[in-house]
Ligand binder design. Structure first.
Ligand code: NAP
Ligand code: G4F
Length: 343
C-alpha cells in the first residue's frame, strides 16, 4: 500500500505535536500548517525532525513538512490542499482558550467556527475527498444536561469558544450528510500533558508547584477551584483521533476517562508531589473567574471502547505527577542552559 498523506492544522499545538509523532511512526507523510508569529512557535515539534522544511517541499526522504497558513485565509487553505492532496485532514487549529474567548469572541468565532467551514469549503473547491477529523470539545456540553455525557447528550455551551465548537461540530455532520464526506467529530474531554499550554489550569498548577519548590516563585494565583473536569493524557487521545479516521464509516465519538476531579484535587496531587502544602501558596484572583462557568464534565467513552477499541490508560494522579516531574526537569534544564524544549 502506498504511503498515506495527512494534513494537520494546529500542528504546533499540544495535540498537533503528539499526532505528528504518531502518524510519522505509522509511516505517514505529514504536512502541518504553521501560522506566522514574530517569535518561534515550533518548540513542541522542533525535536521531531531537525531538517523540517518551511514552505515548499520536496526534500527527498523527509516525511514531515510545514507550510505557512492560517484558518483565517481561505485561498491559502485551498492552495495547500490542492498541492498536498491529503488522504486525511485533522482540523486541530483553534483559538482554544475558553477564558480568552470571552475577551476576543469575534476572533474566536472567526477561527474556531468559520475556520472549519473555510477548510471544508477548500476541500470541496479542490474536489478531493479526504477523510476529515474535527477537534470537537466537551465544552459543548457546558451546562450539562446529563451525567455522564454521551454522544447523544444535548449541547448547552457556556462560552464563545463552546458556541464556536458547536457550530464546527454541526457543520462537520452537515458536510458528511450533504456531500458524502468521510467527516467525523472526536468529542474530546480535557486532555493534558507536559506539552499543555502554560495558561490552562493543570499546567499552570504543575509548573507553579515546580517553580515554588525550586524557590523561583512564592504564590500561584487561580480562579474557581470547585470546577470538575474529566482529565486524560493527550498522548493517548491522539491515538483515538487516528482510530476515528480508520473506521469504514464516519461517526462521532466521546473520548474521556469517565472520572471527574476538582481543581482542588489537582492542587493536592501536584503539591504533594513536591512535598508542599498548596494552601500555603495558592491565592484566589477573581480575574480568572469566567462570566459563565462549566461546573462539571464527565464523559462516557463506551462507544469509543466498543467501536474503536480505545480506552484511557493513564489515571488522573499519574498524569498530574508526570506533569510535575516534567516541569521540574524542564526548569532544571533551562537553568542549566540546555535547549528550551517541552517534552
Ligand atoms: P493548543 O495547544 O491551543 O493548539 C492550538 C493550535 O491551533 C496551535 O497550533 C495554534 O498555533 C493553532 N492556531 C491557533 N489559531 C490559528 C489560526 N488562526 N490559524 C491556524 N492555526 C491556528 O490546543 P490543543 O490542546 O492542542 O487542542 C487541539 C484542538 O482540540 C483545539 O481545536 C482545541 O480547541 C480542541 N480541544 C482540546 C481539548 C484539550 O483538552 N486539549 C479538548 C477538546 C478539544 P500556535 O502554536 O501558533 O498558537
Ligand atoms: O484548564 P482550563 O482553562 O480548561 P477548560 O476551560 O476546561 O478548556 C479546555 O478544555 C476544553 C475541553 O473541555 C477544551 F475544549 C478547551 O480548548 C481547553 O483545552 O480550565 C479548567 C477549569 C475551569 O473551570 C476554570 O474556571 O479550571 C478553572 N480554573 C481555575 N483557575 C482556571 C484557573 N483555569 C485557568 N485556565 N486558569 C486559572 O487560573
Amino acid at each position: 500500500m502506498s504511503k498515506k498523506t495527512a494534513l494537520i492544522t494546529g500542528v504546533t499545538g499540544q495535540d498537533g505535536s503528539y499526532l505528528t509523532e504518531l502518524l510519522l511512526s505509522k509511516g505517514y507523510e505529514v504536512h502541518g500548517i504553521l501560522r506566522r508569529a514574530s517569535t518561534f512557535n515550533t518548540s513542541r515539534i522542533d525535536g521531531i525532525r531537525k531538517d523540517t522544511i518551511y514552505g515548499n517541499p520536496p526534500n527527498e526522504g523527509n516525511p514531515f513538512f510545514l507550510h505557512y497558513g492560517d484558518l483565517g485565509d481561505a485561498s491559502n487553505l485551498a492552495r495547500l490542499i490542492g498541492r498536498i492532496q491529503p488522504d486525511e485532514i485533522y482540523n486541530l487549529a483553534a483559538q482554544s482558550h475558553v477564558r480568552v474567548s470571552f475577551d476576543i469572541p469575534e476572533y474566536t468565532t472567526d477561527i474556531t467556527a468559520t475556520g472549519t467551514i473555510r477548510l471544508l469549503e477548500a476541500i470541496r473547491e479542490v474536489g478531493i475527498k479526504p477523510r476529515f477529523y474535527q477537534a470537537s470539545s466537551s465544552e459543548m456540553y457546558g451546562l450539562v444536561q446529563q451525567i455522564p455525557q454521551t454522544e447523544t447528550t444535548p449541547f448547552y455551551p457556556r462560552s464563545p469558544y463552546g458556541c464556536a465548537k458547536v457550530f464546527s461540530y454541526w457543520v462537520t455532520v452537515n458536510y458528511r450528510e450533504s456531500y458524502g464526506l468521510h467527516a467525523s467529530n472526536g468529542i474530546l474531554f480535557n486532555h493534558e500533558s507536559p506539552r499543555r499550554g502554560e495558561s490552562f489550569v493543570t499546567r499552570k498548577i504543575t509548573r507553579g508547584a515546580a517553580h515554588i519548590k525550586l524557590g523561583l516563585q512564592d504564590k500561584l494565583f487561580l480562579g474557581n477551584l470547585d470546577a470538575r473536569r474529566d482529565w486524560g493524557y493527550a498522548k493517548e487521545y491522539v491515538d483515538a483521533m487516528w482510530r476515528i479516521l480508520q473506521q469504514p464509516e464516519p461517526d462521532d465519538y466521546v473520548i474521556a476517562t469517565n472520572e471527574t476531579h476538582t481543581i482542588r484535587e489537582c492542587l493536592e496531587v501536584a503539591f504533594a508531589r513536591v512535598e508542599l502544602d498548596w494552601k500555603n501558596h495558592v491565592e484566589i484572583d477573581p480575574r480568572y473567574y469566567r462570566p459563565a462557568e462549566v461546573d462539571i464534565l464527565i464523559g462516557d467513552y463506551s462507544k469509543a471502547k466498543r467501536k474503536l477499541g480505545w480506552e484511557p490508560r493513564t489515571k488522573f494522579k499519574e498524569l498530574i505527577e508526570l506533569m510535575v516531574d516534567a516541569d521540574l526537569k524542564l526548569i532544571h534544564d533551562q537553568l542549566a542552559g540546555k535547549v528550551n524544549r517541552q517534552d
